[in-house]
Design a protein around this ligand. Structure first.
Ligand SMILES: Cc1cc2nc3c(=O)[nH]c(=O)nc-3n(C[C@H](O)[C@H](O)[C@H](O)COP(=O)(O)O)c2cc1C
Length: 318
């Protein structure tokens, strides 16, 4: 199994100093990695990064839904592109004393003629600096992106990407994760599980989940009608439920990074009970800043100290 004790988590032979990471989208260009580690995150996922630089959608493209503790965004992968972001990570990793875990979340260019190749390029580019790579096919803000979650498309995509990762030179081959949307039907979920359990499409982890295009419950703020992906409190249970489902459908064989509406240690703990071995946040950090990281870690610690072994809890849950 991949979970040992909570405060130090070992997954993919990486030692996470704690299981609470910053989700993709916060540091899209890899400019604040060290700072985010210093704040206390156990790992930092940067991106999404696209091969060529692109501006993303027109502003305004991000909206706070204060009363709902939520955000709607339609950034559309504003990215400085592979080369610039790669050089930043390379420089950081060459600095003495930096040992933090960096995940690189890969996107595709809006005008790409060959989306699969965009991801292949990302794997090749970041293969030697990323501790893990995430294939993001679940952003709602790039037209057509989510169709790569469909069975045949996903099969084709992953067959190619697994080969690209396996062919990377050197002994170090970063784990390949897939980030999925919360708006999946039962059939979609079964299809994804079927595909990722095949040897030739076998990925190393799932990131569950991206933002939702559903307006899952009554929202009370201004801007609720804005187009884009909704994150934060309204997403909490939707994401947890999907984690539990995918954990069950994959028989707990694929490590899950749980993300979506985590505002407290209890929220994080529920993701772990549902099957996640690591968690991430974005929206709660945007609302509450660095103190929430310390608080969530402390609360999680207290829940674990109440006497539970996380591995046992996960096994019991199944
Ligand atoms: C403003 C904003 C930008 C985001 N950009 C990305 C992105 O570029 N790539 C990605 O995979 N997820 C992106 N996300 C999704 C988050 O990584 C996360 O999956 C989602 O927000 C749910 O977590 P939360 O409720 O803690 O925010 C973004 C989220 C927000 C709020």
């Amino acid at each position: 199994m991949f979970c040992t004790t909570l405060q130090k988590t070992e997954v993919w032979r990486l030692n996470f100093k704690n299981p609470v990471g910053i989700a993709a989208g916060f540091d899209k260009q890899g400019e604040s990695i060290e700072c985010l580690h210093n704040i206390g995150f156990g790992f930092v996922e940067i991106g999404s990064v696209t091969p060529k630089p692109q501006p993303g959608n027109e502003k305004p493209r991000v909206f706070r839904l204060d009363k709902d503790k939520a955000i709607i965004n339609r950034y559309g992968f504003n990215s400085e592109g592979h080369d610039v972001v790669y050089n930043r990570i390379k420089y950081l990793k060459s600095k003495k004393g930096f040992t933090g875990i960096i995940g690189v979340n890969l996107g595709k260019n809006k005008d790409s003629k060959d989306p699969i190749d965009d991801y292949v390029q990302g794997i090749i580019k970041f293969g030697d600096v990323a501790d893990y790579l995430v294939i993001n096919i679940s952003s709602p803000n790039t037209p057509g992106l989510r169709t790569w979650q469909r069975k045949e498309e996903l099969q084709h995509l992953l067959e190619t990407l697994v080969v690209a990762r396996n062919n990377l030179p050197g002994a170090k081959k970063p784990p390949l994760l897939l980030k999925v949307a919360p708006d999946l039907t039962q059939q979609d979920r079964r299809d994804i599980a079927d595909v990722i359990l095949q040897d030739k499409c076998h990925i190393d982890g799932l990131v569950i989940s991206n933002t939702t295009v559903e307006r899952v419950r009554v929202l009370n703020s201004e801007h609720t009608k804005q187009e884009g992906g909704l994150s934060g409190k309204p997403l909490t249970h939707l994401a947890t439920e999907l984690i539990a489902d995918m954990y069950r459908l994959t028989s707990g064989t694929i490590p899950i990074v749980g993300v979506g509406g985590i505002f407290s240690g209890q929220d994080a703990y529920e993701k772990i009970l549902a099957g996640a071995c690591l968690v991430q946040l974005y929206t709660s950090f945007a609302y509450h800043g660095p103190p929430i990281v310390t608080r969530i870690k402390r609360e999680l610690d207290e829940l674990v100290r109440q006497g539970y072994c996380v591995t046992e809890l996960i096994n019991n849950y199944v």
